[in-house]
Design a protein around this ligand. Sequence first.
Ligand code: ADP
Ligand code: MG
Length: 568
Amino acid sequence: MDEVTGAQLIAESLKAQKVDYMFGIVGVPIIEVAMAAQAAGIRYVGMRNEQAACYAASAIGYITGRPGACLVVSGPGLIHALGGMANANMNCWPVVVIGGSSDRNQETAGAFQEFPQVEACRLYSKFSARPSSLEAIPSVIEKAVRTSIYGRPGACYVDIAGDMVNAKVERSKVREVSCCPPPPVSLADQGSVTEAISVLKAAKTPLVIIGKGAAYGRAETVLREFIETSGLPFLPTPMGKGVLPDDHANCVAAARSRALLQADVILLFGARLNWMLHFGLPPRFNPNVKIIQVDLCAEEMGNNVRPAVALLGDISAVATQLLMCVRRDGWKYPSNAEWWSMLKSKIAANAKISKALALQSTVPLNYYTVFHHISQLLPHDCIIVSEGANTMDIGRTMLNNYLPRHRLDAGTFGTMGVGLGFAIAAAAVEASQNTGRRVVCVEGDSAFGFSGMEVETMCRYSLPVVVIVVNNNGIYSGVDSETWKAMKQMGELTSVAPPVSLLPEARYDEVMKAFGGRGLLVRTVEELRSALQLSLSDWERPSLINVLIDPSSDRKQQEFPWLTRSNL
Ligand code: ADP
Ligand code: MG
């Protein structure tokens, strides 16, 4: 008799749905699930915390368009993964979490790690369910994978009771469920497209915003054609960077504040008007701005600003519709418009300020100098993962992206601790596809700490990630070693040390060394450059470059007072 276990059914069903990567931490009751996954041809990456495992699995969804799986044990394991589910759901990234749970005959009896897992996941997911029998596993997995990528992408949860993992059923009794087709594509209605074109043509100071929905939706080719045909200026959101290259002639990222403030019509491709875009409201936006909103989620239309035109549909499809109209009419926004010369002079002025800061080489270094030299050495096709406060904000303006889905950061939820998991996911994809692209993870020292033990994961799987910790001894800012010593004399550190401070000159590089990776401590431009060159030349193991910078280094003077608040 050909029998199959619950573990095998989960693994084979995931594989049938083209889930190729699984991240997790094994333990009772799901060890067999991980083993079955490997047997089914799924790559399994064992992580050190479920949160990081879930971040990694969700990054697979963003990078490949097919969800990664995250495998966790019951109770605390599942609860740790909730952070990753929440982050994925907020980012609109697909992920499928598989959680083992207590044996059914012990439920409500105070079983080991018992927790209402299906209910707990509801708030963090689009779909949360437990198969009612072994026979139901393939269809529940298919539904989870399908739901994660259809409509607005997001997180899905499948619970597997402990006693079902090793229970067996005759294979002939289980109905196979084939791979779900790619999400159906919808077009915007033609009347709205025509209206959008007439609003665009009437604009004096138009702007296109490209968000991470456009990156996820693989709209790079058509958006490039649309931008180049229409001659419009565009601005990427943080993860919209790279859909079109940052050095594209129409990119006005270096004049972001000005562009947002003065645009009279904004064509929004796959970005929400949430905090990241200042809600689309004054003082950051023109109060009379007309928004042409392109999104596949109807409920998103009108959040904070009522759109002049709502184009409901897939970004690639809608951009194609718009492109066809622009081509048909032979319309192009004039390159000699006053708006263009204003944007260009603002870009030049801003570049000058950053350049002046970047050319300083006094030790300890400032952020701008560090990023200037990093940007000179990074290969154009590298995947940049970034998190931290200043590290991420300043890094975003100075580290260019040239390819879509090559920047992953703290995202919509502003989650710190995502970096190492994202980098591991990206490196796992690189390892299996052999594209020769580098994964570089640019971390603030605080951000690094949340998932720092994942350097062991990088070392264990020989993933040649280059981690750069931009170390300012704290959260937002810190104090230097001398001040720290003086504070120790003043009284108990728990009373006198600023809550933002972390241990000055902490040796994060030694953490990487402890597991056999390369660890480098740098203080000067020369040391930084040679450490990065050395790390980039090594494809065998990961590196961590610990860059000690001025603990009071800050963002450059901002033109508008509201820009000085962190994260804005
Ligand atoms: P950003 O962080 O760049 O501002 P958001 O995550 O806020 O981006 O917004 C992304 C938007 O893109 C979401 O509203 C989501 O519904 C939408 N989206 C995702 N994929 C597609 C697609 N293929 N077509 C259209 N809209 C999409
Ligand atoms: Mg810091």
